[in-house]
Design a protein around this ligand. Structure first.
Ligand SMILES: O=P(O)(O)OC[C@H]1O[C@H](O)[C@H](O)[C@@H](O)[C@@H]1O
Length: 320
């Protein structure tokens, strides 16, 4: 069972020759207008489409790719999604079985629960680095070159690369690893859909609320005073950092490579500059909506003097 545009080859050229039944697959024909949904494994509509197809067809596993097959996600036979932190947890479990103790390099927006899972349950090391598939891959290569073993560089976006695959940014290869795990469980007599995969991520703590709010910087606003949006964004981050230091309810993340990350109210937030856009993405995770709002309020009150920052997404989130 599989879906997605250019990745259509995977059903015909990989899954079928291996003996898989792929009859419930959908959207295998490329169409640049993307008539079905945004081709993004982080997108809720995209994940809903593959989940429904898995359940309707009683498939053992669902696989979804983005347009050029470098991002992927999976769905187990019960409709449980393996994308974002859960995909990283699954891939970490598979890679750490093969390479005990190895370092997993991820992007900056990964959850605190993922760190606990990788380090306490799997016995690996979580190196939370920067957003951007190239950044995580380059960092994993660098770690190996200075003697720290790393076999997996992966983003919540679904981009992922393995050392054994020459650090290619390759969503199809990630799914091959997942399929391998499923097939070897079958071969050793463990049936039951894709439960073997679900079991691998057991114990991963997931937040009740996880949001990404993208705060735009108006590049024509007089507050920029002819400077770049980047400079403006850096000034916002600097001020937020000062606020955190003077707020006893917030603790600055001791190790952080991008933007400003802080814990508080049982959750965390990260405000950073987008890789490409005049935007400051704000990620907030917490156990409840109330706690997530408290974190949002802390950010909002810290940056309120920055009038070129478009706050409507955050305002909407924190409104009573
Ligand atoms: O920084 P953002 O705007 O959230 O974008 C971040 C994303 O940018 C590009 O699409 C890269 O290919 C991704 O690897 C990265 O995750």
């Amino acid at each position: 069972m599989q879906e997605m545009e250019l990745g259509g080859f995977f059903a015909e050229k990989v899954l079928q020759p291996l003996g898989a039944i792929t009859s419930g697959s959908q959207f295998l024909e490329p169409d640049g207008l993307f008539p079905n949904h945004i081709p993004n494994p982080e997108d809720k509509t995209a994940m809903k489409a593959i989940t429904q197809a898995v359940l309707e067809n009683k498939a053992d596993l669902g696989i979804i790719f983005d347009t050029d097959v470098d991002r992927s996600a999976a769905v187990d036979s019960t409709g449980h999604e393996f994308n974002r932190n859960r995909l990283i947890a699954l891939m970490s479990a598979i890679v750490l079985e093969e390479h005990p103790g190895t370092t997993i390099v991820t992007d900056s927006v990964t959850s605190d629960g993922l760190t606990t899972f990788i380090e306490k349950k799997l016995g690996g090391k979580h190196h939370r680095f920067k957003r951007g598939y190239k950044n995580v891959i380059d960092e994993a290569v660098r770690l190996n070159s200075v003697g720290e073993e790393s076999h997996l560089a992966i983003e919540t976006s679904g981009h992922g690369a393995l050392k054994e695959n020459h650090w290619l940014d390759d969503g199809a290869y990630l799914m091959v690893k997942v399929l391998n795990k499923l097939a070897s469980a079958r071969a050793s007599g463990i049936a039951g859909g894709s439960k073997v995969l679900t079991d691998l991520v057991e114990g991963l703590q997931e937040p009740g609320v996880a949001v990404e709010l993208r705060l735009k910087i108006d590049q024509n606003h007089p507050d920029l005073k002819g400077g770049s949006f980047r400079e403006y964004g850096v000034a916002v981050l600097r001020l937020l950092e000062n606020h955190i230091e003077s707020d006893p309810k917030l603790q600055k993340a001791p190790v952080n490579y991008e933007g400003v990350r802080a814990s508080g109210f049982g959750g965390w937030f990260l405000l950073r500059l987008s890789l490409h856009d005049p935007v400051l993405p704000l990620n907030i995770e917490a156990a409840s909506h109330e706690d997530a709002v408290r974190l949002g309020l802390a950010v909002s009150s810290a940056v309120k003097e920055f009038h070129a920052l478009e706050m409507s997404a955050l305002d909407k989130f924190i409104q009573p």
